[in-house]
Design a protein. Structure first.
Length: 723
């Protein structure tokens, strides 16, 4: 996690928030917008709150007026509109706590996701309309309110005078907002009901906007099970007032951290709190635009926030009214808190660092206050595969003093870009590096060809660390002789280098590792190991081995040999996970031949796996054998659209992000490289994106494992590393 960054309100030069005015008749900038919180975390942020006033007629709350969601009487009709507003209505204090000492009180629930949550930032806002005479009589009136968790005792909070924003709306009244940090108050409390009481307000009936009041809390929380998100919170205090003609105010918010790939709708969440929007003031034949919000020039709308009446007294999440508050009114008569998805259709482009927000109205008056952006940061998934081939063409056996060619290949199969990408391969002690053999076959941003062994301007070098020798390749766009570069999603690489086996080499085990970081700086690692044994080869030279899918119900395997001597048979082996193989059939070999021989075998695909793996066991007349290379054939078996494992390597916990197209029960095995099942867990996944945390894995020994997922529709395996 990157360090928390606070930007004091009196140091706006640290971050410029651009304010533009368009037709500013009677519109005011009471406080310019500024960035108050910025962080990139595994977590998120939200705003919750409630109103503090309601309409009272004949001594009781008028539930019809407070809960109407749509009526044609306002000239527009439909969800998000009402014929009722707070102008010239008898607005009285809400008091739900049953405590005589509080003048007003209302509550809202704050719900945290499952897992370990840490509150990183919390700020309470309160505000409304109040008679100037009240403030004159007691100048500190606006600076204090009460707050409590659950049914506990109230705590009185008293903010600094500088944290109160006031505006004279007429000769008799102020409108205002105030705020205070409550991070410590909310820490270590989890999901709670919060009640805010004694907000300073004036009641009764008045025109020119009516009486209103309420409160909101913005919270940032960290949860290791969640994806990385960039959280940016801004606040200000504007008046947007038609005054008889169309009025709009535009602000440009700087400091966003949009990932370098296109977003889906839910990848960018904007939350906004605004004072004094009216559901009964929308568009009309003479004012067709109503009151509206534009994001990068695009007018926002959803089911409860229409394009012509965005600020309508609603508290919503993605177009659905939030009901976890008391009282639970549909129309708050003076405060909007809306969480909206803006990842698609609102001009938030890859790598964007700012967003243009325009508030407009043709009939209403409202006061924008708090804006919160949570933008999902995409992770890369880097992969490395390793193979070895002796000069004889064998991939299983190496002879004394024979040269081996190692091929390292892989790519970025994730959705985010990999940064600082480096491949390092430690040379085994029983082989010797062949000078001048490092070669880049293909890599984005790197010129293919042989690279020098020296640490110089090209991207590869051969180094020594104590008694260990190694080769290093710095990969990707922008890579240099000293640092790795950038590998975008779907980009791949292929590298090669050579070694010479010793006189008595024994088994040669060689592991390469790729290291990279995400945009958030989170490390990502993958390993690849190639093993080749000492000995004499079987007298068959395999020229090719390929496979194709036939009508999605059979695999057609073809292979070609040359110079067979005393060959007996080929046993065809298949695996659903790349680990465990079973015999599928036998094809007799030619025996002894100096001619090229063609073979084929058809295997019925009676499997639900998404990928199947094949290899040949080549056996001579004496029973000696070696295995061919492995080929993988992709099928349409599993219902998993996407499957991401992080962090990798891990220490105690593994997080799985699984995109599934239906509900399924899943069995997860963590398997050691010797085939032993070390851990088994059972989970249930649901249609859509699932985040699963496998906890308490610290007892596993350090090393490489296979994480295998089994479902009724398939099997998928991924390599993980325990550190």
């Amino acid at each position: 996690m990157k360090p928390l960054k606070f930007i004091p309100a009196n140091k706006l030069t640290l971050l410029i928030i651009s304010i533009l005015f368009l037709n500013t008749f009677l519109a005011q900038v009471i406080k310019p917008y500024s960035l108050i919180y910025t962080d990139n975390i595994k977590g998120s942020s939200t705003i919750f709150g409630n109103t503090s006033l309601h309409i009272v007629d004949a001594g009781v709350p008028n539930l019809t007026k407070m809960n109407e969601t749509g009526d044609a009487g306002n000239g527009q009709g439909g969800l998000g509109f009402s014929q009722y507003g707070n102008d010239n209505e008898n607005m009285q204090l809400i008091d739900i706590d049953g405590i005589s000492s509080t003048a007003n009180s209302s509550s809202s629930n704050f719900t945290l996701p499952v897992g370990t949550n840490t509150i990183k930032f919390a700020r309470l806002y309160w505000g409304g309309r109040i008679a100037k005479s009240v403030v004159t009589a007691a100048p500190d009136t606006l600076r204090k309110v009460k707050i409590r968790r659950g049914t506990g005792a109230y705590s009185t909070v008293f903010t600094a005078a500088a944290n109160v924003d006031q505006y004279s709306i007429n000769t008799t009244d102020w409108v205002y907002q105030a705020y205070i940090d409550i991070t410590t108050f909310m820490a270590n409390t989890g999901t709670q009901t919060y009640t805010v009481a004694d907000i300073p307000l004036t009641t009764g009936s008045i025109s020119g906007g009516g009486r209103y009041g309420g409160w909101a809390i913005v919270v940032v929380y960290e949860n290791p099970a969640l994806s990385y998100n960039s959280v940016r919170i801004y606040d200000g205090y504007l008046q947007v007032y038609n005054g008889g003609s169309t009025t709009s105010q535009s602000i440009t918010l700087n400091g966003l951290n949009v990932p370098n790939n296109p977003l889906v709708s839910a990848d960018a969440i904007m939350s906004e709190m605004t004072w004094e929007g009216d559901a009964n003031l929308s568009s009309s034949p003479g004012n067709p635009a109503g009151d509206y919000l534009k994001i990068n020039g695009n007018t926002y709308s959803n089911a409860m926030n229409p394009a012509t009446n965005m600020w309508n007294g609603s508290i919503t999440k993605n177009g659905v009214n939030v009901s976890t508050k008391n009282p639970n009114y549909t129309n708050q008569m003076g405060i909007d808190i809306d969480e909206i998805e803006v990842g698609v259709g609102y001009g938030i482009l890859p790598n964007a660092t700012d967003v243009a927000i325009l508030f407009g109205t043709e009939a209403d008056q409202y006061f924008p206050s708090l804006i919160n952006f949570v933008i999902k940061m995409k992770d890369p998934t880097i992969e490395l595969n390793k193979s070895a081939m002796a000069a004889s063409g064998s991939i299983i056996i190496v002879l004394p003093n024979e040269k081996l060619t190692y091929t390292i290949s892989g790519g970025n199969t994730g959705l985010g870009t990999a940064y600082n990408t480096v491949v390092t391969d430690t040379i085994p002690a029983n082989v010797t590096y062949v000078p001048g053999s490092m070669e880049v076959i293909s890599c984005p941003g790197v010129t293919p060809g042989i690279k020098t062994d020296a640490l110089d301007a090209d991207v590869a070098y051969k180094g020594v660390n104590g008694t260990k020798h190694y080769v290093q390749f710095n990969l990707g766009n922008g890579a240099t002789g000293t640092v790795g570069g950038v590998i975008a999603p779907a980009e791949t690489y292929v590298l090669k280098f050579k070694v010479t086996a010793g006189t008595l080499p024994g088994t040669i085990v060689n592991t390469a590792r790729i290291n990279a970081t995400s945009q958030a700086g989170d490390p990502f690692v993958d390993d690849g190991t190639a093993t080749i044994n000492a000995g004499s080869p079987t007298p068959v030279k395999l020229i090719s081995f390929t496979g194709t899918i036939q009508n999605n119900n059979a695999a057609l395997l073809r292979w070609e040999t040359d110079n067979e001597l005393n060959s007996n048979r080929f046993e065809i082996e298949r695996s659903d996970d790349g680990i465990y193989y079973s015999k599928r059939g036998i094809v007799n070999a030619a025996g002894t031949s100096t001619q090229r021989q063609m073979y084929q075998f058809t295997d019925p695909l009676n499997t639900l796996s998404k990928i199947v793996y094949y290899r040949l066991r080549i056996i001579d007349i004496n029973g000696k054998f070696e295995n061919s290379k492995v080929i993988a054939l992709r099928l349409s078996g599993s219902n998993f659209d996407n499957y991401v494992v992080y962090p990798n390597p891990f220490v105690n916990d593994i997080k799985l992000v699984i995109a599934a197209d239906k509900d399924e029960d899943v069995t997860i095995h963590i398997i050691s490289m010797d085939g032993r099942v070390a851990i088994t867990r059972k989970i249930t996944i649901q249609n859509g994106e699932n985040i699963v945390v496998l906890k308490d894995l610290g007892q596993l020994q350090k090393g490489s494992y296979i994480l295998e997922m089994l479902t009724p529709t398939g099997k998928i395996a991924r390599k993980v590393v325990k550190e």
